[in-house]
Design a protein around this ligand. Structure first.
Ligand code: PLP
Length: 363
């Protein structure tokens, strides 16, 4: 640490020069985060010092969190859902498996997840000492419905499906998983960290939420397609008792118990997330999602014309291609199978895609 502090001028000159090393989102086609909506930034700044880890001190912010959970619960077809704001999909997925493990009380617990699940499940299983069993995908990059039951046994604490996979933008057979969960009395977690704020705004999308009776919990992230400031994920559960299994006593806080994983939790992104949903409403969200989906289709057509077919038709705005080159100056990513992976987030415009396709054509 410096012996004497810097002047504000020196400090901010330094910070500005460091910020220049960050990439702007313009040519980033790999990220599931985006530039936050201006109302999110404004709302975030109002609640900059709020700590939801001690909600009795921040009753106003805590009421915004309750409203956010109510909005998302309604969107997931269950306005009475319980939940709270997490740091993102990773934390929500860890908490869901924690609840499943505590509820099932198995000696050698295992969880059955799709091969295409996000790597956060690997972290969750390691932390929780739960065996991770991965069901292979079909050629369409979804959990093979014929194989799921082969992986379940008497030590299975739960099953997982993904609505909007990170790598291919597909949806696992969640209605089928729901039937299995009901039949075998298993906890079913749906990872809709990405798809949860996309699919409800696309008419005719498959059911994946609490409308399916077997669904026990859902991850849904405002800091992805919800355009909130970072960090803001949410975990929603059907049964409020689930949270008693993760509760600890908090004798020196304004509340006596806490069911969350993190202690100190930022109120700013929660205000930001709610601000976006309330400012845009369903109509505004539909219009942003439909622009992202039109851009995805435009990119797929353009790539196909250049001889690079899409690996599978996605149901959300993630598209991966058989193309092993990357044009200079662009950021795309690679799936585990080597496909070029792209995400048409709200910051990606039609002009950006035209430029990208021109550059791909010139490789
Ligand atoms: N689940 C899915 C489906 C995701 O796509 C991601 C991230 O891309 C996560 C979970 C993890 O989210 P986070 O990075 O916010 O922890």
């Amino acid at each position: 640490m410096l012996e004497e502090g810097l002047s504000e001028d020196e400090l901010f000159r330094h910070l500005s020069s460091v910020k220049e090393k960050d990439r702007s989102y313009k040519k980033v086609l790999s990220s599931m985060c985006t530039i936050p909506h201006p109302v999110a930034v404004r709302a975030h700044n109002i609640f900059i010092e709020s700590n939801l880890g001690d909600p009795g001190l921040f009753l106003g912010t805590a009421s915004l969190e309750a409203e956010l959970i109510e909005r998302l619960g309604s969107l997931m077809s269950f306005p009475g859902a319980c939940g709270y704001a997490t740091s993102g999909g990773t934390e929500s997925n860890i908490q869901a498996l924690r609840i499943a493990r505590e509820s099932a009380e198995k000696r050698n617990p295992n969880v059955v997840i799709p091969e295409s699940a996000h790597f956060s499940f690997e972290k969750a299983c390691e932390i929780l000492s739960v065996e991770m069993r991965q069901v292979p995908s079909t050629e369409g990059f979804v959990m093979d419905p014929e194989r799921i039951e082969d992986y379940i046994d008497s030590d299975t604490i739960g099953i997982v499906g993904v609505a909007g996979t990170t790598e291919y933008g597909t949806i696992d057979p969640i209605a089928h998983l729901s039937d299995i969960a009901l039949d075998r009395e298993l906890f079913l977690h749906v990872d809709a960290a990405f798809g949860g704020l996309v699919l409800p705004f696309i008419p005719g999308s498959p059911s994946f939420d609490f409308r399916l009776e077997g669904v026990s919990s859902i991850s849904i992230d405002p800091h992805k397609m919800g355009m909130s400031t970072i960090p803001c994920g949410c975990i929603l559960v059907r049964d409020p008792d689930y949270f008693t299994s993760t509760e600890v006593d908090t004798p020196y806080l304004t509340v006596k118990k806490e069911c969350t994983l993190c202690g100190t939790r930022p109120g700013g992104p929660v205000a930001g997330a709610l601000a976006v949903l309330d400012h845009l409403g369903k109509k505004g969200m539909k219009s942003i999602v439909s622009r992202c989906m039109e851009n995805t289709s435009f990119l797929i057509r353009g790539m196909e014309e250049l001889g690079y077919p899409v690996a599978v038709q996605p149901l959300v705005n993630v598209a991966s291609f058989s193309c092993d080159k990357t044009p200079e100056g662009w950021i795309v990513s690679r799936t585990r199978h080597g496909h070029m992976r792209t995400v048409c987030m709200p910051h990606i415009t039609r002009e950006t895609l035209e430029e990208f396709l021109r550059d791909v054509g010139e490789i």
